[in-house]
Design a protein around this ligand. Structure first.
Ligand SMILES: O=C(O)/C=C(\CC(=O)C(=O)O)C(=O)O
Length: 299
């Protein structure tokens, strides 16, 4: 297939920021390789291969120790590519699965054995055909012990999702803060609404991630170095330091028109988490609690 998309930098810079020992890149994906792991017939984008070797080389290049690999929508509900990457990581990766809500308990436990610790519910219309809340809630009630739910949505449907989120009986992690308009600033309506969601339950976590998406030129932002993102997001990390986790979002699905430099993405970290204590929480303590609660110390 000649038109498979490349959405990642082939030679990202080395960041100026050095992550603390044991740092986790808690939001990244793998694509294929397609010859072994074909994309879903329902995929909304067809990327070039971005497999585990590339991901682990990037992890080392950026100074990270671990990855949380989130099943990308182009692989649908067949988690084989993500499970294969976890299996190749020598214990240094765990995952977030996407499942058919009718999945059996047995299958969920096999996913657990393969390193999955959460399911993702994706509400972006450009990525999935449907997002059945009642069926999502049913599977949320049947997850293995210790699992959580990851939700991906855009700010304009937050209100509509509140009752659904309230009803989820396990901890919830929100991808990219529910995609607020960061150009509104830290006190804009989108950030206010997101703070009100965070205040509604203690076991709600978030990813202060994707400056490249949220402050993209095509979203009305300025692009790299993503100053509006830094300004809007730093106060959120300061106010909820025990409930945030961070990731690169490599290989940046659908970002082929404004491919970010991963070194620059990492250099956003000290701008939103300026102290060593905040950095340790964001990159080590918090993701370890969610994904490696069976491991005593990071490293
Ligand atoms: O991965 C992300 O963070 C965002 C994505 C892709 C995605 O979620 C998927 O394919 O499942 C996006 O906004 O296109």
């Amino acid at each position: 297939m000649s038109d498979r998309i490349v959405s990642w930098h082939d030679a990202p810079s080395r960041p100026a920021f050095t992550p603390p020992a044991g740092a986790v890149d808690a939001h990244c994906h793998v694509f294929g390789p397609q010859a072994r792991f074909p994309f879903s017939p329902k995929a909304k984008y067809l990327p070039a291969d971005a497999g585990p070797e590339k991901l682990f080389a990037l992890r080392d290049h950026l100074g990270f120790s671990r990855n949380v690999i989130v099943q990308a929508s182009c692989h649908g509900t067949d988690n084989s590519a993500t499970l294969d990457a976890i299996a190749r990581s020598e214990g240094r990766a765990r995952g977030v699965a996407v499942v058919d809500p009718a999945i059996s308990e047995d299958h969920l436990h096999r996913l657990h054995d393969g390193g999955m610790r959460a399911v993702r519910f994706n509400f972006l219309k450009r990525l999935v055909d449907n997002a059945p809340k009642d069926r999502f809630l049913d599977v949320a009630k049947r997850l293995p012990a210790g699992w959580h739910v990851v939700i991906y949505f855009e700010a304009d449907i937050l209100d509509e999702l509140r009752a659904f989120i309230d009803a989820i009986p396990v901890p919830v992690v929100i991808d990219h803060m529910g995609r607020p308009d960061v150009t509104q600033g830290p006190d804009g309506p989108d950030m206010k609404a997101f703070r009100s969601l965070l205040d509604s339950r203690e076991d709600l976590w978030f990813k202060p991630t994707c400056p490249d998406r949220l402050d993209a030129k095509k979203e009305g932002g300025q692009g790299d170095p993503w100053d509006a993102f830094a300004k809007a997001v730093a106060p959120l990390v300061a106010d909820y330091p025990d409930r945030c986790i961070w990731g690169t979002d490599w290989p940046h699905p659908n970002m082929q028109d404004e491919v970010p430099d991963d070194g620059h993405i990492v250099d956003m970290i000290p701008r939103i988490a300026p102290t060593a204590e905040l950095q340790r929480k964001l990159l080590v303590d918090n993701p370890m609690k969610l994904y490696w609660d069976d491991v005593e110390t990071a490293g």
